[in-house]
Design a protein around this ligand. Structure first.
Ligand code: G4P
Length: 286
């Protein structure tokens, strides 16, 4: 389902998430490990406030692990508790419970001092569409609970899912909108499949992707398409070479550029060429 994020929807989503936040001790902010900055909601700090936060960098299997180390440091410096997971293949999920414990330690120590009984930590997930919230919940719950499909905000009937011995998770995630305003962010959201193709120019997305590959994985790019071009070749030469090698031609033996654009986006989005993290900590910090 495509979400149309109108101002009214955004306000409603923000309000609903804020309401649910009152029920929990800790927030799990889910981001895509390929774009740990671009896949965040632009108002996330305002929405979550001072609530302890575990930042879950999901889709580790498709990201650049070296860059992810830097992103973990970045999030720690922000005062959050980062964990890197691959929800789809059930990797790293055990570390989520201990991160939640760490993030809420102070709060629970205070409760203990006040003589309150020990209880489970309550958590909820928030994130933009497609970062893997439903997949993550289903894996943690060990059954299919969260529907893959999206409605802004959160739906009403919610239940607590038991995770391990010390954690309870709301079964419905809070869905917030991505950063649309920045053009480069838009391209990154598109190349990773976070936003629907119709709202961005696919040729620009493919050009962004190709430039990224030429700069960061020139050899992988040449190997994948079995082409041999120098890294300073014109972009058109790359499109031509990929199209001809793959037989993406139309009448008159001309390269079918639309097909090449689709191919490049598909291959990058599905990590067919390599695993990349497009957001760079240095650039975000300025
Ligand atoms: P959402 O609730 O945040 O909107 O995201 P959802 O769980 O629906 O996941 C969006 C897509 O991301 C799904 O792919 C899902 O399988 C995939 N995904 C989630 N976590 C991971 C991960 O850790 N690694 C990888 N590689 N993929 C992940 P889809 O193509 O929409 O569906 P399907 O092909 O898996 O059925």
């Amino acid at each position: 389902m495509v979400i149309q994020w109108y101002p009214g929807h955004m306000a409603k989503a923000k309000r609903e998430v804020s309401e649910q936040l009152k029920k929990v001790d800790v927030v799990f902010e889910l981001v895509d490990a390929r774009i740990p900055y671009s896949s965040r909601n632009p108002m996330i700090d305002e929405v979550i406030g001072n609530k302890p936060r575990v930042v879950i960098l999901n889709k580790k299997d498709m990201a650049n692990l070296k860059e992810l180390d830097k992103w973990q440091t970045y999030f720690k410096d922000e005062g959050f508790y980062p964990v890197v997971v691959d929800a789809k293949h059930d990797k790293g999920l055990k570390s989520v419970e201990s991160a939640a414990r760490e993030a809420t330690k102070e709060k629970f120590e205070k409760e203990k001092e006040k003589g309150l009984k020990p209880r489970a930590i309550r958590a909820m997930i928030v994130g933009i569409p497609n970062v893997g919230k439903s997949t993550f919940i289903n894996k943690l719950a060990r059954r299919n609970i969260a529907k893959t499909g999206n409605t802004p905000g959160v739906t009403k009937a919610q239940q607590w899912i038991k995770v391990g011995k010390t954690l309870q998770l709301l079964d419905t995630p809070g869905i917030l909108w991505p950063k649309f305003e920045d053009e480069l962010v838009g391209k990154k959201l598109s190349i990773t499949g976070a936003i629907k193709d119709s709202i961005v120019h696919l040729d620009e997305v493919a050009i962004y992707g190709l430039n990224f590959l030429i700069e960061h994985d020139y050899e992988g790019l040449c190997r994948h398409y079995n082409i041999d071009l120098s890294s300073d070749s014109e972009l058109l030469e790359w499109f031509d070479a990929i199209g001809r090698r793959r037989g993406l031609l139309q009448k008159g033996n001309e390269v079918d550029y639309e097909a090449v654009i689709e191919l490049i986006i598909y291959d990058i989005r599905n990590a067919k060429i390599g695993t990349y993290t497009f957001d760079v900590v240095k650039e975000v910090k300025g």
